[in-house]
Design a protein. Structure first.
Length: 94
C-alpha cells in the first residue's frame, strides 16, 4: 500500500521482466538473521563492519562520501553498535 497525495498526479509503473544478475539475486536472497553466534567478535571485525557499512569511503573536492545514499549529503544516521560477546572489546552498547 502506498500513501496517496490528492494534489499530485499518480503514475502507474509498467510491468517488467526481471533480469538474472548478481544484484537481483542478492536482493532476493537477503534476509535478517536473529540467531546470533556466541563466538566473540573482535575489535577489528567491528571496525571493518562499521567502515564498510557507514564509514567514509571516498573524499572528493572537500566532500565526504559514505557507502549509502543521503539526501543533500547530510548522512544523519547515527550508529550505536551493541557488542554481546567481545573478544578484545567489552560487551556493551557503544
Amino acid at each position: 500500500m502506498s500513501k496517496k497525495y490528492s494534489r499530485l498526479k499518480s503514475v502507474q509503473l509498467p510491468n517488467f521482466s526481471m533480469r538474472k544478475n548478481t544484484l537481483r539475486s542478492l536482493l532476493i536472497k537477503r534476509f535478517s538473521y536473529r540467531n546470533f553466534s556466541k563466538k566473540p567478535a573482535s575489535l577489528k571485525q567491528l571496525s571493518e563492519i562499521l567502515y564498510y557499512s557507514s564509514g567514509i569511503v571516498r573524499k572528493s573536492e572537500g566532500e565526504l562520501y559514505r557507502p549509502y545514499p543521503s539526501g543533500g549529503g547530510t548522512y544523519p544516521i547515527e550508529i550505536y553498535p551493541l557488542v554481546l560477546f567481545g573478544k578484545d572489546i567489552a560487551s556493551g552498547l557503544y
